[in-house]
Design a binder for this molecule. Structure first.
Ligand code: TPP
Ligand code: MG
Length: 336
């Protein structure tokens, strides 16, 4: 089962500095990720989507709570479970859906698929099939920003499994000794494939490792958008002001299997409990309606608009052509 929380976990806080528009955008983005993922889950079962697909549903508050603080000058590196990070960083869902279907209209002209969606124009450095591949990338990006003095911050999202990779630990060390504007977001969903983090992670809390690298470490309830938003806001502000890196650990549950097709024989009813009692979208809705910041009608309207947008993305993706033989030798090298 998932790791025991041995320290206070940040949960819902008293207030937020988000405006009405900011709240609406955060909800719309989380809802877009959820609908996108639920739809890809259904479509994958139909057999038209090639390759491996790893879904992010359940973890939306992490991507959106962090990326709400980022702008065009900031960059993120993602994982094999990357759709949510892409959407939160502003990548177009039409291009993403087409990419997942392997169509020429895709974000990477249909040649990357689910695990390799990237959009450098949005500061989205790429989903990544290499577990632990993101942390070194953001050290490079953060170092570049530091040298250029452009105020940019770089964020790596990675899993509990990736937290054990040498690349991640080396990156934490580099970011600290170079005092980089870097943020390391450990998305602890309790499993690396079918292996429980209680078997694979030596400490109960990944955030504890921050002390070994001389940086702040914080544990956040990853189902709670507001707790994520607050913790990420502090980390981003510190990084921008030259205060160096932070390690943030999100604790939550993924709603689908490790990959589409996973029978999930290693877990029982934790998903039902999370969907019923912990879900980030439900909690966001109850909090903002109770505080009279937004109304159910406003949120319902977003639900309707998002569903239509995701539907249109699927229709367009299915209708688009696949790359042809002529496309085999294009996009092989990047021109600088
Ligand atoms: C370097 C490397 N080792 C192993 C794998 C196979 N692999 C793919 S995903 C995964 C588990 C990753 O778990 P975690 O980091 O917790 O991310 P999660 O899938 O839970 O989001 C593994 C071992 C890989 N892709 N790359
Ligand atoms: Mg994991």
């Amino acid at each position: 089962m998932t790791g025991t929380v041995s320290k206070p976990t940040r949960s819902i806080t008293a207030s937020t500095d988000l405006s009405t528009d900011g709240l609406l955008t955060a909800y719309r983005t989380m809802r877009t990720i959820r609908d996108f993922e639920e739809r890809v889950h259904d479509e994958f079962a139909g057999g038209d989507i090639p390759g491996f697909v790893h879904l992010y549903a359940g973890e939306e508050a992490s991507a959106v709570g962090v990326c709400s603080h980022l702008g065009e000058n900031d960059a993120i590196a993602s994982t094999h479970r990357g759709h949510g990070h892409c959407i939160a960083k502003g990548v177009d869902i039409n291009g993403m859906m087409a990419e997942i279907y392997g169509r020429i209209t895709g974000s990477c002209r249909g040649k990357g698929g689910s695990m390799h969606i990237a959009d450098l124009s949005k500061g989205m450095l790429g989903a990544n099939g290499i577990v632990g591949g993101g942390p070194p990338l953001i050290c490079g990006r953060a170092l570049a920003s530091k040298h250029k003095g452009d105020g940019g911050v770089a964020v790596a999202f990675f899993g509990d499994g990736a937290s054990n990779q040498g690349t991640t630990l080396e990156s934490l060390n580099l970011a600290s000794i170079w005092n980089l504007p870097a943020i390391f977001v450990a998305e602890n969903n309790g499993y690396a494939e079918a292996t429980s983090s209680t078997w694979s992670v030596a400490t109960d809390d990944i955030a504890d490792r921050a002390a070994a690298f001389g940086m702040p470490g914080v544990i956040v309830d990853g189902f709670d958008f507001f707790a994520v938003y607050e913790a990420a806001g502090e980390a981003v502000a510190r990084a921008r002001e030259g205060g160096g890196p932070t390690l943030i650990e999100m604790k939550f549950t993924r709603y689908f299997g490790h990959f589409e097709g996973d029978q999930q024989l290693y877990r029982a009813d934790e998903v039902k409990n999370a969907r019923d009692n912990l879900d980030c979208l439900k909690r966001f809705r109850s909090r903002v309606t109770a505080a009279e910041q937004l109304t159910d009608a406003q949120l319902d309207q977003i639900d309707t608009e998002v569903a239509a947008g995701v539907d249109a993305a699927v229709v367009a993706a299915k209708a688009a052509p696949k790359p042809g033989a002529d496309d085999l030798l294009t996009d092989v090298y990047v021109s600088y």
